[in-house]
Ligand binder design. Sequence first.
Ligand code: NIG
Ligand code: FE
Length: 419
Amino acid sequence: VTGDLLITGASHVATCAGPGPRRGAALDDAGVREGVAIRTASGLIAAIGPEAELRAAAREDLAAGRLTELSVGGRAIVPGFVDAHTHAVFAGNRAREFEMRLRGRTYLEILEAGGGILDTVDRVRAAGHAGLLAESAPRLARMLALGTTTAEVKSGYGLSLESELTMLEVIRDLDRTGPLALVPTFLGAHACPRGADRDAYAREVAQVMMPRVASRGLARFVDVFCDAGAFDVAQARLILDSARAHGLGLKLHADEIKSIGATPLGVELGCTSLDHLEKTTPEDVRRLADSRTVAVLLPGTAFVLALGFPPARAMIEAGVAVALATDCNPGSCYTESMPLIQMLACCGMRMTPAEALVASTINGAAALGIADRCGSLEPGKQADLLVLESADFREIAYHFGPSPVRAVIRAGKLVHGEV
Ligand code: NIG
Ligand code: FE
């Protein structure tokens, strides 16, 4: 199918209409509309409205072949998922570490013994640009098949100027070749390289790497793993101050292992998002609720590492803007699946299917500062949408295991599956 589309025959369209991010009771409203069609033009949504009206307005264009009708046969349509937190560019795997953790070793013990993230760093450095590209492209294809049309991807498995730049170049190249849109984040402070002094390395990230990354336009955000066993609040502040001075957006891995003050720092600095938040205190939940910072929850990681789920209900009730993401990485959460994350959000954190969908679309887009362009089905936005197998969008979370996604339309083009 090429050219502009008139998409008809949907059971319902969950528009997840903005403005984003949605909070509180509005998070529980997926903007479901029945009897509507969607018209695309040059990759954007031109109109969404009653099917009879859109069909009448399109009659000449359909007859002249300027517009193709795509009937989805009574299935549900939702926005493409925006996965706002991934480490999806990496090499190798950590199946051995997976088993070690099941036998009782902790994530932090393994990292402190020089494994974990540092294992993947060895594999990434050895793979180089071509190897990293070859291993990551099929992973992104799996993300697309599971409904993700935009994903943030972090560096952070290079931990030297040269290999961090290589990672960011691979992310740039994968964004260019598509079919997913990628948002690049510089995570030089993901772990301290073996043998390095942590303070000295944090200064190197802030003072040496940051200007190079920024001047080459390779990152839109900067993130720091600010936690017990990783970087402390002073080191994170140094790095994020430098990021802001270089015009980059701010994020933190916060409160995953322990609450060490990452959330107050992130709110103070106006971070676009704070991510993880398994161990966030009630006081910090209130801080988040009073801020514009999006809380990106990663229930897959909480489940795999048995950290206990983040307090999603308390956050939503307090008015925090909650988003969901996979955290796709070879250590703490090896999944490409946003549908699985929505199931865990519902069954592990008692979010409703509508809250989980909104948190995976318009609120994910808000966590990346792109809610004006994607994350919901509204005129003027990118035509990024999913035709589900089911007639009911709640099956995304309810029927777990097989992919709930029948077809993916990205920027108005059918890029996966068939209708
Ligand atoms: O978000 N917490 C730190 N970083 C990642 C894990 C990365 C890895 O283990 O390779 C996370 O869980
Ligand atoms: Fe992460």
